[in-house]
Design a protein around this ligand. Structure first.
Ligand code: NAP
Ligand code: GFB
Length: 325
């Protein structure tokens, strides 16, 4: 990235990952790091413009004239939200991605970093999954809409690069959690869902707490504040059109049961955890390799899962009133 004055537009800036990047950038500004002095960061949510609409997307780019774009905006949700809304996930995300990348090219944006997800890889696959496997077969049926829309970001990136020389790229995070998450019951991912529901169980004095599914599926989780550091590093230092997985190590994969037990410990909840196996488990595993990341960013330290969960629970207890619940 040049050290000239630049404007960095973060679409989806009001969400979980966007707010983590905002926290990071504000800390850099306070510390007066060499980059921050020349950067103006703009964090947008849907109130700044509905990116499903081409005209509103163009107006947003006209207003801010971004030099760089971190493209996070998307219809996002957990397993059950995806299962119930695959068409909407496909159509909304296809529209958002087409509009943002078209506007980025039209306005001469120097670089765009977009977001895929480890849940979009083929359902039938070998492990560990790596960046070359994005299009090697159909995704898990529970979230095919979101998965195919996200895969088209990679196709668009390659097309803009080949036809126009654009330096568009994408990152592939594993499951993310942290402050400012989406705690809404229908839409949320497993960590915010359990954090919110366990707070309710404690308030109600419930002797048991129900985890959906068997608790057996395996997931890698990255703390949003760690992902923020990695996305900003990709913007500043990674210049390939090929996607890069941003995930914790394979051996840090945990079961959903372990997630629930960790949240229970963070709350100091003494009730019994029970499982509702009538509810779906979703993908059993989607173990991804972070070998490429580790080869390029050797000394990156991930926040330990228990620490990240404790910080997230503490954040929720303190900010529950204004959280997305
Ligand atoms: P989030 O908390 O749900 O935030 C979504 C963001 O997108 C919000 O700022 C939202 O704005 C914005 N948005 C949604 N629809 C929009 C529209 N039509 N026009 C303009 N903005 C719109 O999501 P997140 O977890 O931060 O996800 C950020 C990115 O990471 C997404 O691309 C997601 O696919 C990816 N990702 C997330 C996870 C995860 O576990 N969370 C895992 C892998 C990848 P408003 O809230 O103001 O409407
Ligand atoms: O984060 P999550 O909803 O989505 O996790 P995925 C689902 C797993 O957690 C399943 C269990 O095994 C659920 O049975 N679970 C237990 C719960 N209790 C709950 C609960 O109260 N709420 C939820 N949501 N799950 C998503 C994809 O897959 O991964 C999205 O569908 C997205 O597209 C996201 O990419 C990162 O990890 O299964």
């Amino acid at each position: 990235m040049s050290v000239d004055k630049s404007v960095i537009l973060v679409t989806g800036g009001s969400g979980l990952v966007g707010q983590a990047i905002k926290t990071l950038v504000e800390k850099e500004l306070q510390e007066g790091t060499k980059f921050s002095r020349n950067e103006t960061w703009v964090f947008c949510g849907s109130k700044d413009g509905d990116l499903r609409e081409k005209a509103q997307t163009e107006a947003l780019f006209e207003k801010y004239q971004p030099t760089y774009v971190i493209h996070l905006a998307a219809m996002v949700g957990g397993l059950f939200h995806n299962m119930a809304n695959n068409l909407s996930f496909f159509r909304e995300n296809m529209a958002i991605n087409e509009n943002v990348l078209y506007a980025s090219h039209k306005h001469g944006v120097k670089k765009v970093v977009s977001c895929l997800s480890t849940c979009i890889f083929p359902d039938k696959t070998t492990y560990p999954i790596n960046e070359t496997m994005v299009h090697n077969g159909p995704p898990h049926p529970s979230n095919y809409g979101y998965s195919y829309a996200k895969r088209m970001i990679d196709i668009l990136n390659r097309g803009y690069h080949e036809q126009h020389g654009c330096r568009w790229t994408s990152v592939i995070p594993c499951n993310v959690f942290g402050p400012h998450d989406n705690f809404r019951p229908q839409a949320s991912h497993v960590v915010p869902a359990l954090v919110r529901r366990m707070a309710d169980a404690i308030d109600n004095g419930d002797a048991t707490f129900t985890v959906f599914g068997s608790g057996k599926p395996l997931r890698q989780f990255i703390y949003s504040l760690d992902l923020a550091k990695l996305i900003v590093w990709v913007l500043r230092s990674y210049d390939s059109v090929e996607p890069i997985i941003l995930s914790t190590d394979e051996e840090d994969e945990v079961t959903i049961s372990a997630v629930a037990e960790t949240i229970k410990k963070a709350y100091g909840y003494t009730g019994e955890i029970v499982y509702d196996t009538s509810k779906a488990d979703g993908q059993y595993k989607k173990t991804a390799s972070n070998k490429k990341l580790r080869s390029l960013y050797k000394d990156f330290q991930f926040t330990p899962f228990e620490t990240a969960i404790q910080e997230s629970v503490d954040w929720f207890k303190k900010n529950r009133e204004q959280a997305r619940i």
